[in-house]
Design a protein around this ligand. Structure first.
Ligand code: ZN
Length: 284
């Protein structure tokens, strides 16, 4: 192999970073112990929702890092040390970390989709089609963004009597899933579209949590945009009306089906619980 001594250091590091783990747990341990002047233990963990975790245990500092920190370039390593010393006051370091973590997370979602391939096309609703429609309309301002893959969750009987998660967005895997209970001719297309919208809005506004950055879900910005969605009100209404049926179908592991109602019940006023709260419990 040719020597790489002529390659500027930054480029060398960049090159190394593209390979497997270059900075082992022990390297991190040595580095952080040195930088912080206190004993630091480091291990790579698998936590998917928190990529950096710092704990104090009997005077010792334990740091759990997502495995991709093995490929952290020097400025990121230094940013982590600075951030551990000063927390969020270290604005530049925090920003460096955020940006780098965000990129890694996206890269991972792109390179190594976990598990089974996501299937966007259901028996009745095509989630990819809904998503691409939304990208051109509601998310026109976010044009050029790389959107997360979307698909139907696995059909399996849910155990909960009280709650149901109709949609989810995983900020680390960057994947949107919808509950298969919704893949039914009895669930209006606009309802499914609203749920896809809700989850894609998470993809636009959320970022994975790490220490000092709790994941903010449904923050003010989120709520403003959600309320501006054309079908928001009728989606809440639909869901309030059918929540019992949705939960029942999910428990049976079947798609939602409209129940036959006795004539006496038609037109009966729907009880009004805190609607917005109810729908938020179903969406993540
Ligand atoms: Zn949500």
């Amino acid at each position: 192999m040719a020597t790489t001594s002529h390659v500027p250091q930054a480029a060398q590091e960049e090159h190394l970073a593209r390979r497997a783990v270059v900075f082992e747990e022990s390297d991190w341990q040595e580095f952080l112990t040195d930088e912080l002047g206190t004993e630091v233990r480091v291990r790579y963990g698998r936590a998917r929702h928190q990529v950096v975790r710092v704990q104090k245990v009997r005077g010792k500092t334990l740091v759990t890092l997502s495995k991709f920190f093995g490929a952290a370039p020097r400025d990121v390593r230094e940013a982590l040390a600075t951030w551990m010393r000063s927390g969020k006051r270290a604005r530049k370091a925090t920003r460096t970390l955020d940006v780098w973590i965000d990129e890694r997370v996206r890269e991972l979602a792109h390179e190594a989709p976990r598990g089974r391939k996501l299937e966007p096309r259901g028996a009745h609703h095509d989630l990819a089609q809904l998503a691409s429609e939304l990208e051109k309309t509601e998310f026109a301002e976010e044009a050029g963004r790389k959107w997360p893959p979307i698909g139907w969750g696995r059909a399996q009987a849910s155990r909960s009597r009280r709650s149901l998660r109709l949609g989810s967005y995983d900020p680390v895997d960057r994947v949107v899933r919808l509950h298969p209970v919704l893949d039914s001719a009895d669930v209006p297309r606009w309802m499914v579209r609203y749920i896809v919208f809700h989850e894609l809005l998470h993809a636009v506004l959320d970022r994975p949590a790490h220490d000092g950055h709790r994941r903010i879900i449904h923050g003010p910005q989120f709520r403003v945009r959600e309320r501006a969605y054309p079908d928001f009100a009728r989606a809440l209404e639909w869901e309030r009306e059918h929540i019992t049926g949705l939960i029942r179908a999910a428990r049976a592991g079947k798609p939602f089906a409209l129940g036959k109602r006795s004539p006496g019940r038609v037109g009966q006023p729907v009880p009004r619980p805190a609607a917005a709260k109810a729908v938020q419990q179903l969406l993540f």
